[in-house]
Design a protein. Sequence first.
Length: 446
Amino acid sequence: MPVPVPQQQAVPAVETTHVADLTLLVIEDDPAGTFTVPELPAAAGTRVRIRTARNLTEAARLLTDDVDCILLDLALPPSSETRGGEGAEGPAELATLKHVLRIAPRHAVLALTAEDDTELAAEAVRVGAQDYLFRGELDGRLLTRAIRYAVERKRADVAQHQLTESKLRAQENARLERGLLPTPLLQGSDLRFAARYRPGRSRALLGGDFYDTVRTPDGTVHAMIGDVCGHGPDEAALGVELRIAWRALTLAGLCGDELLSTLQQVLEHERESEEIFATLCTVDITPDGRHAGLCLAGHPAPLIARHGRAAQLLPYENGGPALGLLPRARWPRRQVELGGSWSLMMYTDGLIEGRVGANETQRLGQDGMVAMINRQLAEGLTGEALLEAAVAEVRELNGGELTDDVAVLLLDRDRSGNRGRSRSTSFPRPRPASAPSPASAQRPPL
């Protein structure tokens, strides 16, 4: 038998001792007192607590976070909130519904209407209500089922909306980060270029590591790789700033200590705190490809593999400090001989600081990396295949994903005459290490 709608203050004290599974806010205005909500059965331990509001002002006051569902009588008379305001177009009943949807965007809403008003009921669902009920067919079991359905559907709608927004943000971030990856400027050079990049930050394409390669009009090829301490988006942004500054300064004719001193000024102005620093390695390869100038700012020395000889590290005894540590630091530029045919690999410390061994305390280190590269060279790996194998093996030795960013850059010069016909001067944008191209195995070796 139907019972009158209980007022919030009339809930028996014994009922308030129960923790309600669902709370229903009924918004209706029935001066005659004929509108009733059927008694709701407790199914599977579920209890539905009812609150009532006679107008939208009272509904806004009772609409707390613990309300799960709203039952709105579409016959509710228009109020000052719905007259002439946003959403007032169309029937007054829908204007009231739109107002409720605006003030309760996270709550499920059930529309209550007369049996002969099916078009209005369907329109209410189209506007945003989770379901509709007819006043004359209302009973306890139907209302309980409708409340459950509306609440779950609203939760699903909110989750889908959040998922869609998350995907859109991820796509926008991916497009932005992909556009910030460097495109090597090597037109006219006979050097071959390859790179791999794996950010340590989850679901990111860009980390604190950065690199670039350009050829200046005099024929010199300049290469750089660096690492901003930290792995977050702020470090990634600073890395991009330093890379772009390096490219601009290099094209303007700066190199060596003068270039690094200017980069340090950029870092000091752009960093968030004085604790932020960046390591850097720069190489300037002469137009004939046989010599290079090397500058190290707290960065690991590059590895060189000359034709017919095992790979080894370039000299690094005279390196300077990382950028941002000492205000008036100097970075000497050391001349090194490359030879006729060689492969030069520049990398960040993410490649050498992965763990190895069962005790998980030993690091790969530079010696371990050199041994690994020599073994892979002996297996005939070169170019992109070599970098792909190196990053994959470091990850395998670590027992899973690396927590630090990893960037590896490879420049290759072959004067043996075996690969001259396949040499290309077109340098595409490098791919992240996590997205290898199926066509890479089909490319001619470096």
